[in-house]
Design a protein around this ligand. Sequence first.
Ligand code: ATP
Ligand code: MG
Length: 140
Amino acid sequence: MMQRTLAIIKPDGVARGLIGAVISRLEETGLKIAAMKMIQMTKKQAEGFYKVHAEKPFFDSVTDFMCSGPCIVMVLEGEEGIERYRKLMGATNYKEAEEGTIRRDFATDIEKNVVHGSDSPETAKYEINYFFNALEMISG
Ligand code: ATP
Ligand code: MG
């Protein structure tokens, strides 16, 4: 099934010069970029984005981190795009991520883990609409 997913190169990835490396891996995997822009979130915007984690102990810290610098936000598209991109990212904790994944190769911390990806069709829809309107997305 063709799916769209929301991907973010987080502030640590942008600051460390990993934009090109992450995008190369997406392209090598055959995922298509349907939309892309650079933004810096406010604390409120980061809280809205991660609202499913509002009760977690790491919520204040992760939302501070997500608004600490610019991010690249992208809509990716492909067959089984959500799962394929999650596999490319690797586990949340880079120490548990498989060899060859983005987080295993680049992350330095469970919080500063370089990339985000939607985890289901429902969250993908919410997250894509959070950052992009229809005019900003390439269709097809
Ligand atoms: P993301 O949603 O960013 O793609 P994920 O789905 O792998 O990551 P989540 O459980 O949704 O992981 O957590 C969201 C983000 O919160 C993580 O990517 C990480 O930056 C941060 N985070 C998660 N667990 C912890 C933790 N135990 N300590 C600190 N930060 C954490
Ligand atoms: Mg998540």
